[in-house]
Design a protein around this ligand. Structure first.
Ligand code: COA
Length: 164
């Protein structure tokens, strides 16, 4: 039900088809998992079709090996009028050992859109109350401000790169 599910995760094994030239999981495969999990979380929260508007702060911290148990976890950390920001973490575990390790993290912005008219539509509001959630929401707002402030001069100076 819309506005109820704040967190959503996918779990699966890293497959031989996900491999890069170095024998580890390809960065593109990790980004696809992140996008799929974030999308599912955004649709579950908004109850609407959503599009990816931005991905920021992505960090590849450790490699993932083929055969690792992968867990991709998306958590809502901010809502605007039509936008939602999710912190997405990718954890991997060698099944021969007990510990999961954080391999990748990022913040994604999704926008709920009317599937036919394709214009942004309102999403259920999430109001943080816990201290950790207040910090995450403030971080999300700050990230958004930084991203916008960097985007504008980049467009002005390098229209060929970021032309719209
Ligand atoms: C994302 C998109 C719907 C925004 O449409 P728009 O006409 O620019 O709409 P608005 O300017 O009203 O912005 C809508 C919301 O998106 C947010 N937004 C748009 N671009 C953003 C960006 N780069 N970073 C962060 N937020 C962004 C706005 O802040 C606004 O949030 P709010 O409603 O919570 O205040 C439109 O740019 C789009 O369709 N982009 C392509 C998406 C896509 O193809 N993704 C990949 C495949 S899913």
């Amino acid at each position: 039900m819309r506005g109820q599910q704040r967190e959503l995760s996918f779990r699966f094994m890293a497959q031989p088809g996900d491999v890069n030239f170095g024998g580890k999981v390809h960065g593109g495969a990790v980004m696809r998992w992140i996008d799929q999990t974030g999308y599912a979380a955004a649709v579950a929260w908004s109850g609407a079709y959503c599009v990816t508007a931005a991905v920021s702060s992505i960090q590849f911290l450790q490699p993932i090996r083929i055969g690792d148990l992968v867990s991709v976890q998306a958590k809502l950390i901010h809502t605007g009028h039509s936008s939602m920001q999710f912190a997405v973490d990718v954890l991997a575990r060698d099944l021969r050992q007990g510990q999961s390790r954080l391999t990748t993290s990022c913040v994604m912005v999704f926008v709920a859109v009317d599937a036919e008219a394709e214009h942004p539509i309102e999403v259920p509001k999430w109001t943080p109350t816990e201290p950790d959630d207040l910090k995450l929401a403030a971080y999300a707002e700050r990230l958004s401000e930084i991203s916008r402030s960097m985007e504008k001069p980049l467009r002005e100076d390098h229209p060929g790169i970021v032309e719209r």
